[in-house]
Design a protein around this ligand. Structure first.
Ligand SMILES: O=C[C@H](O)[C@H](O)[C@H](O)COP(=O)(O)O
Length: 225
Protein backbone atom coordinates (compact mmCIF):
# COMPACT_ATOMS: atom_id res chain seq x y z
CA UNK A 1 0.00 0.00 0.00
CA UNK A 2 2.75 2.48 0.87
CA UNK A 3 4.41 1.93 -2.53
CA UNK A 4 1.19 2.68 -4.42
CA UNK A 5 0.46 5.70 -2.23
CA UNK A 6 3.99 7.09 -2.66
CA UNK A 7 3.86 6.77 -6.46
CA UNK A 8 0.41 8.34 -6.68
CA UNK A 9 1.25 11.26 -4.40
CA UNK A 10 4.48 12.02 -6.28
CA UNK A 11 2.52 12.02 -9.55
CA UNK A 12 0.06 14.57 -8.18
CA UNK A 13 2.87 16.76 -6.83
CA UNK A 14 4.79 16.69 -10.12
CA UNK A 15 1.91 16.97 -12.58
CA UNK A 16 -1.09 18.83 -11.21
CA UNK A 17 -1.35 22.60 -11.11
CA UNK A 18 -4.07 25.11 -10.35
CA UNK A 19 -6.58 25.50 -13.18
CA UNK A 20 -5.94 22.12 -14.80
CA UNK A 21 -8.38 19.55 -16.11
CA UNK A 22 -7.26 16.22 -14.61
CA UNK A 23 -8.19 12.69 -15.67
CA UNK A 24 -8.84 10.38 -12.72
CA UNK A 25 -7.65 6.80 -13.19
CA UNK A 26 -9.15 3.66 -11.71
CA UNK A 27 -7.82 1.06 -9.29
CA UNK A 28 -6.02 0.76 -5.99
CA UNK A 29 -3.08 3.00 -7.04
CA UNK A 30 -5.11 5.71 -8.76
CA UNK A 31 -7.23 5.69 -5.57
CA UNK A 32 -4.36 7.39 -3.74
CA UNK A 33 -4.00 10.05 -6.42
CA UNK A 34 -7.70 10.86 -6.07
CA UNK A 35 -7.36 10.99 -2.28
CA UNK A 36 -4.42 13.42 -2.61
CA UNK A 37 -6.35 15.58 -5.07
CA UNK A 38 -9.26 15.65 -2.62
CA UNK A 39 -6.91 16.86 0.11
CA UNK A 40 -5.49 19.59 -2.15
CA UNK A 41 -8.97 20.68 -3.28
CA UNK A 42 -9.96 21.09 0.37
CA UNK A 43 -6.87 23.30 0.75
CA UNK A 44 -7.94 25.48 -2.19
CA UNK A 45 -6.54 23.84 -5.35
CA UNK A 46 -8.84 24.65 -8.27
CA UNK A 47 -9.10 21.77 -10.71
CA UNK A 48 -11.78 20.08 -12.75
CA UNK A 49 -11.73 16.38 -13.40
CA UNK A 50 -13.08 13.57 -15.53
CA UNK A 51 -13.25 10.05 -14.11
CA UNK A 52 -12.44 6.79 -15.92
CA UNK A 53 -15.01 4.65 -14.07
CA UNK A 54 -18.15 4.89 -12.01
CA UNK A 55 -16.07 3.89 -8.95
CA UNK A 56 -13.61 6.77 -9.41
CA UNK A 57 -16.47 9.16 -10.18
CA UNK A 58 -18.16 8.24 -6.89
CA UNK A 59 -14.90 8.50 -4.96
CA UNK A 60 -14.21 11.96 -6.40
CA UNK A 61 -17.74 13.07 -5.58
CA UNK A 62 -17.38 11.87 -1.99
CA UNK A 63 -14.20 13.96 -1.67
CA UNK A 64 -15.77 17.12 -3.11
CA UNK A 65 -13.61 17.11 -6.26
CA UNK A 66 -15.30 19.03 -9.10
CA UNK A 67 -16.11 16.93 -12.16
CA UNK A 68 -16.88 17.77 -15.77
CA UNK A 69 -19.01 15.91 -18.25
CA UNK A 70 -17.08 14.81 -21.33
CA UNK A 71 -19.19 17.05 -23.59
CA UNK A 72 -17.54 20.06 -21.92
CA UNK A 73 -13.97 18.90 -22.53
CA UNK A 74 -11.76 19.31 -25.57
CA UNK A 75 -8.49 18.32 -23.94
CA UNK A 76 -7.42 16.97 -20.56
CA UNK A 77 -4.17 18.42 -19.18
CA UNK A 78 -2.99 15.34 -17.35
CA UNK A 79 -4.36 11.92 -16.42
CA UNK A 80 -2.93 9.86 -13.56
CA UNK A 81 -3.73 6.16 -13.78
CA UNK A 82 -2.42 2.76 -12.70
CA UNK A 83 -1.41 -0.26 -14.77
CA UNK A 84 -1.15 -4.02 -14.38
CA UNK A 85 2.14 -4.30 -16.29
CA UNK A 86 4.65 -1.80 -17.71
CA UNK A 87 7.38 -2.89 -20.13
CA UNK A 88 10.71 -1.08 -20.75
CA UNK A 89 9.20 0.87 -23.70
CA UNK A 90 6.31 1.89 -21.45
CA UNK A 91 3.76 -0.24 -23.28
CA UNK A 92 1.08 -1.02 -20.75
CA UNK A 93 -1.29 -3.81 -19.84
CA UNK A 94 -4.36 -2.29 -18.18
CA UNK A 95 -7.91 -3.25 -17.31
CA UNK A 96 -7.46 -5.56 -14.33
CA UNK A 97 -10.17 -3.50 -12.65
CA UNK A 98 -12.37 -3.64 -15.75
CA UNK A 99 -12.11 0.06 -16.60
CA UNK A 100 -9.92 -0.13 -19.70
CA UNK A 101 -12.33 1.42 -22.21
CA UNK A 102 -13.01 4.66 -20.36
CA UNK A 103 -9.35 4.73 -19.34
CA UNK A 104 -8.22 4.58 -22.96
CA UNK A 105 -10.71 7.23 -24.09
CA UNK A 106 -9.51 9.56 -21.35
CA UNK A 107 -5.81 8.73 -21.93
CA UNK A 108 -6.16 9.49 -25.65
CA UNK A 109 -7.78 12.85 -24.85
CA UNK A 110 -4.95 13.79 -22.45
CA UNK A 111 -1.86 15.86 -23.22
CA UNK A 112 0.01 13.75 -20.68
CA UNK A 113 -0.66 10.28 -19.24
CA UNK A 114 1.22 9.61 -16.00
CA UNK A 115 1.27 5.97 -14.93
CA UNK A 116 1.65 5.13 -11.25
CA UNK A 117 2.66 1.61 -10.21
CA UNK A 118 4.49 -0.31 -7.53
CA UNK A 119 7.72 -2.02 -8.54
CA UNK A 120 6.00 -5.40 -8.99
CA UNK A 121 4.31 -4.07 -12.15
CA UNK A 122 7.56 -3.57 -14.06
CA UNK A 123 8.12 -6.43 -16.54
CA UNK A 124 10.48 -7.19 -19.42
CA UNK A 125 7.58 -8.36 -21.61
CA UNK A 126 3.84 -7.93 -21.22
CA UNK A 127 1.69 -11.03 -20.85
CA UNK A 128 2.13 -12.71 -17.47
CA UNK A 129 -1.10 -10.92 -16.55
CA UNK A 130 -4.00 -12.13 -18.77
CA UNK A 131 -4.93 -9.42 -21.26
CA UNK A 132 -8.39 -7.94 -20.51
CA UNK A 133 -10.45 -7.40 -23.66
CA UNK A 134 -13.84 -5.67 -23.54
CA UNK A 135 -16.34 -7.21 -25.96
CA UNK A 136 -19.99 -6.58 -26.78
CA UNK A 137 -22.50 -9.04 -25.34
CA UNK A 138 -24.01 -9.96 -28.70
CA UNK A 139 -22.27 -13.01 -30.12
CA UNK A 140 -19.71 -13.05 -27.32
CA UNK A 141 -19.05 -16.77 -27.81
CA UNK A 142 -18.17 -16.08 -31.47
CA UNK A 143 -15.80 -13.30 -30.46
CA UNK A 144 -14.21 -15.58 -27.86
CA UNK A 145 -13.55 -18.22 -30.55
CA UNK A 146 -12.00 -15.60 -32.85
CA UNK A 147 -9.63 -14.57 -30.09
CA UNK A 148 -8.79 -18.19 -29.32
CA UNK A 149 -7.84 -18.60 -32.98
CA UNK A 150 -5.41 -15.69 -32.50
CA UNK A 151 -3.41 -17.84 -30.10
CA UNK A 152 -4.72 -17.19 -26.61
CA UNK A 153 -6.79 -18.99 -24.04
CA UNK A 154 -9.73 -16.62 -23.39
CA UNK A 155 -12.10 -16.80 -20.44
CA UNK A 156 -15.16 -14.73 -19.67
CA UNK A 157 -14.68 -12.70 -16.48
CA UNK A 158 -17.16 -13.88 -13.89
CA UNK A 159 -18.32 -12.22 -10.70
CA UNK A 160 -18.39 -14.01 -7.34
CA UNK A 161 -21.97 -15.12 -8.05
CA UNK A 162 -20.86 -16.90 -11.24
CA UNK A 163 -22.51 -14.36 -13.53
CA UNK A 164 -20.51 -12.51 -16.21
CA UNK A 165 -19.04 -9.21 -15.08
CA UNK A 166 -20.68 -6.31 -16.93
CA UNK A 167 -18.49 -3.24 -17.42
CA UNK A 168 -19.54 0.37 -16.79
CA UNK A 169 -20.32 0.43 -20.52
CA UNK A 170 -22.65 -2.59 -20.47
CA UNK A 171 -20.16 -4.99 -22.09
CA UNK A 172 -18.44 -8.26 -21.14
CA UNK A 173 -14.75 -8.81 -20.45
CA UNK A 174 -12.52 -11.62 -21.66
CA UNK A 175 -9.26 -12.50 -19.93
CA UNK A 176 -6.91 -13.62 -22.68
CA UNK A 177 -3.80 -15.61 -21.80
CA UNK A 178 -1.43 -15.02 -24.71
CA UNK A 179 1.71 -15.74 -22.71
CA UNK A 180 4.62 -13.35 -23.35
CA UNK A 181 3.47 -10.74 -25.88
CA UNK A 182 6.45 -10.16 -28.19
CA UNK A 183 4.72 -7.61 -30.44
CA UNK A 184 2.11 -5.68 -28.45
CA UNK A 185 1.39 -3.08 -31.15
CA UNK A 186 0.69 -5.79 -33.74
CA UNK A 187 -1.54 -7.67 -31.30
CA UNK A 188 -3.46 -4.48 -30.51
CA UNK A 189 -4.02 -3.85 -34.23
CA UNK A 190 -5.28 -7.43 -34.72
CA UNK A 191 -7.64 -7.14 -31.77
CA UNK A 192 -8.98 -3.82 -33.05
CA UNK A 193 -9.74 -5.49 -36.35
CA UNK A 194 -11.89 -8.19 -34.73
CA UNK A 195 -15.66 -7.54 -34.82
CA UNK A 196 -17.14 -7.73 -31.33
CA UNK A 197 -13.99 -6.39 -29.68
CA UNK A 198 -14.64 -2.96 -28.21
CA UNK A 199 -11.14 -2.33 -26.80
CA UNK A 200 -8.19 -4.13 -25.30
CA UNK A 201 -6.09 -3.41 -22.25
CA UNK A 202 -2.95 -2.86 -24.35
CA UNK A 203 -1.96 0.81 -24.16
CA UNK A 204 0.75 1.35 -26.76
CA UNK A 205 2.77 4.56 -26.87
CA UNK A 206 0.40 6.46 -24.59
CA UNK A 207 2.33 6.81 -21.32
CA UNK A 208 4.40 10.01 -21.04
CA UNK A 209 5.72 9.38 -17.52
CA UNK A 210 5.92 6.32 -15.27
CA UNK A 211 6.27 6.76 -11.53
CA UNK A 212 7.25 3.73 -9.50
CA UNK A 213 6.66 3.33 -5.78
CA UNK A 214 8.76 1.07 -3.57
CA UNK A 215 8.19 -0.65 -0.25
CA UNK A 216 9.30 1.80 2.38
CA UNK A 217 7.51 4.69 0.69
CA UNK A 218 10.08 5.92 -1.83
CA UNK A 219 8.88 6.81 -5.34
CA UNK A 220 10.82 7.74 -8.47
CA UNK A 221 9.98 8.95 -11.94
CA UNK A 222 11.41 6.35 -14.35
CA UNK A 223 13.75 7.09 -17.21
CA UNK A 224 12.54 5.36 -20.36
CA UNK A 225 14.71 2.59 -21.85
O1 LIG B 1 -9.21 -1.38 -15.00
C1 LIG B 1 -8.39 -1.04 -14.16
C2 LIG B 1 -7.19 -0.28 -14.42
O2 LIG B 1 -6.59 -0.46 -15.66
C3 LIG B 1 -6.18 -0.22 -13.28
O3 LIG B 1 -5.54 1.00 -13.44
C4 LIG B 1 -5.18 -1.34 -13.28
O4 LIG B 1 -5.85 -2.59 -13.22
C5 LIG B 1 -4.22 -1.23 -12.08
O5 LIG B 1 -4.94 -1.32 -10.91
P1 LIG B 1 -4.24 -1.33 -9.47
O6 LIG B 1 -3.59 0.00 -9.30
O7 LIG B 1 -5.36 -1.59 -8.52
O8 LIG B 1 -3.24 -2.46 -9.49
Amino acid sequence: MEAKKAAAELAVERSVQDGMIVGLGTGSTAYWAIQKLGELVRQGLRIQTVATSVASEELARSLGIPQLVTADITEIDVTIDGADEVDPQWNLMKGGGGALLREKIVACASRKLVIVVDEGKLVQQLGAFPLPVEIVKFGWELTLRKLRAMGCEPALRLAADGQPVVTDNGNYLLHCRFGAIAQPAELQAALQGTPGVVESGLFIGLAREVIVGYTGGKAVSLVRA
